[in-house]
Design a protein around this ligand. Sequence first.
Ligand SMILES: [Zn+2]
Length: 158
Amino acid sequence: MILSVHFLFGAAVGGALNNPTLGLPIALASHYMLDSLPHREYSIDNVENISVVGWHKAVIDLFKVAFDFFAGLVVLILLLPSSASLPWLMLFGFLACVPDGLSFLHFLTKKNNLLTKHLNFHKRIHIHQIKEETSWGFGIIFQVLAVISSVVFLLSLS
Ligand SMILES: [Zn+2]
């Protein structure tokens, strides 16, 4: 799923638990849970092949990723009740994005065994190994539902 959905959902579930000891691992685990649902996302082929194509060819994809991440952060800041703890929610949201960050580190190095094992796990968790096997309509609906549930959780925080 796209990063802004992971960020918002991680912040929402982490915040809803109201217990950082639980919230931190659950926010991280939420990434894999959401990725196991059917989804489609924008192409980042040049990022996935950055070790071959180089940074200059991946710039546009990296901008897409950065915009996606900061969109989640902006929505969180806009929605958040003033009584809620922004730093904790940002940490939960950040943790929910870490698995994709680990995949990016693998794309950069391709040589670290732990990162390779993580990438294989991260890929296996996806219901379809080939993104195009999920239609756009079906691929977007679960992301919309994840955002709606995140918004409901975030608005109920106090
Ligand atoms: Zn992922």
